[in-house]
Design a protein around this ligand. Sequence first.
Ligand code: SF4
Length: 719
Amino acid sequence: KLSAIPTTVRTTCPYCGVGCGVRAQVGQDGALAIAGDEAHPASQGRLCVKGSALGETVGLEGRLLSPMLRAGEGLHEASWAEALDKVAGGFRKIIAEHGPDAVALYVSGQLLTEDYYVANKFMKGYVGSANIDTNSRLCMSAAVAGHKRAFGEDLVPGCYEDFELADLVVLVGSNAAWCHPTLYQRIVRAKEARPGMRVVVIDPRRTATCDLADLHLPLKPGSDVWLFNGLLGYLATQGALDSAYVQAHTVGLGEALDAAGEAAFLAPGGREAALLDVARACRLDPQQLLAFYELFANTEKTLTAFTMGVNQSSSGADKVNAIINCHLATGRIGRPGMGPFSLTGQPNAMGGREVGGLANMLAAHMELDDPSQRAAVQAFWDAPRMADKPGLKAVELFRAIEEGKVKAVWIMATNPLVSLPDADQARRALEKCELVVASDIVLGTDTNQLAHVLLPALGWGEKDGTVTNSERCISRQRAFLSKPGQARPDWEIVCEVARRMGFSGFDFTAPQQIFDEHARLSNWQNGAGSQRRRVFDIGGLAGLGRAEYDALEPVQWPVRRQGEDTQRLFGDGRFAYPDGKARFVATRARLPAHLPDAEFPLVLNTGRVRDQWHTMTRTGRSVKLAEHVPEPFVDLHPQDALLCGVKAGELARVTSNWGTVVARVRHGGGIARGSVFMPIHWSGQTASDARVGAVVNPAVDPVSGEPEFKHTPVRVEPF
Ligand code: SF4
């Protein structure tokens, strides 16, 4: 039974980036009742099946409830003092012997902003290394890079209301019906109310989201830049560009048009030939392609939402910029019902970005490569040794661990042995690592089995803090359950280690103190000489007392003054670059890093299923959620199955150049010939090792470091 204060608490769902408001109440019988929060602007009372089942996913079974230390093959319980001394002592020794870049943190979009803030301050301001990266690298770092290149800062221009106000919603690489369900429901309702609204889904798979689509473009995996470059060329030749907007508010259209192949469109009789070229490159029906281009050209209120299908690519940042280019060129940004919109995967990927939780960011949207901003953060933190160069990004980090360059890693709230690409490499890395520390809520994950120190963390419903969703809305996660065992909040654990390492600046005793410091840093001086104008600013939320912090209502940043928030950015045509102008990026289409061949003739695409979350450490506890998809599967076209000699319902082995995984064959997931789809959720602790990450290729986008989860050449064989 759960114990708790028997009142209804308003909190936020811990799963996807929509960030729905939840009302939670523990009854006298110990059962947890969950309902949607009508007052939360992101969800207006809606919850999807995962959010509705939250009550089934809490509880103490399988929880890590006390610190543990490894002795030989086994783990034994230890006191907090012993465990924290082991971590602090280990980090101190390795830093003294090998320098600050020999240690690293690998954190998570599951952390609350306060946890993230303290972890980032610890590494970048006190250890003196930027070797802190996050599992958000795996899902949205391409969007970050794309935003920074286009706008001068990592900024999502629009809000969820734009999905309802748009006359054309384009969903690219997004199965929103399963992965952002309540936001998808808002589109469904808007379309019911305004049947003239159009929805285009661009996805190699015919997913559940396509049920809403007026047009589905099943493009060839990896060909998005061809598609959006073609759109830019088409818009230019149709006179559909907003020249006045481009002139006043942007730089670089000419180069972008060159890269997009405008010349081919402009040649005599070239438009039809150019369209055919794009259709061939994207393996699309030319008539359908033209229908999409015409719809986009003729619909002022167009919203283009994109997510993992765009980001998880070795050209992810270019895909993002190819989309943004089309919106800048038509001036469709920053106004109601229009703009490019990045849908984040995790509940607090955005909060992590705000505090600089990526290895190439600083804090408060300041930049590691800007000496004046570095100096400003150092002064604010009173930091003894600031990181002065970007740290290792997720995939690089685990390579550096295997190579012995990074000798200690502290993993928080994530399970990289399941979720990283080339996950067997990650296992080899941790097996070799001198000191592996894991903070987690559960004991028996693949990753935790290799940890030398396990630190019990509080989970959802037990801890207090804030998260930021895809529309820049900061919401409170509130505690309503008793703290189990000896578990502690992540921020407190980091502070304890920092203090043991002799670092001042970690005397926080409550999350609102951390939030206050984060808010004050957000409008701290830009640094003398800095040319950058930061948009991220929540200075209006500084100085909240405990009661005000506890009562904080959802609020969209920037919040420059208390009581004010900002629904949309760039409505005034001013961007974050010093000259106030947005940048077109010349995106040259390129093929995925690894192409199918005779040995590996099919292309593996990975993603989520509707009722599971990440590596299932929570959703896996719900019987109801397991009913939807009870076991790992590989979905492929029946003709490909025939050629591979595998049958629906039987087990098959899926092998790439990097590893092998076994799963049950099925059809019906809308898979085109030449592709296969596998879900990401299952771990190495199922009957057969079902970590699809072991198969995924480790190629990354050179701009963002995001891995190519959507395009790994594989073969499928009978098991
Ligand atoms: Fe909302 Fe996403 Fe949670 Fe579902 S999983 S309730 S859509 S935040």
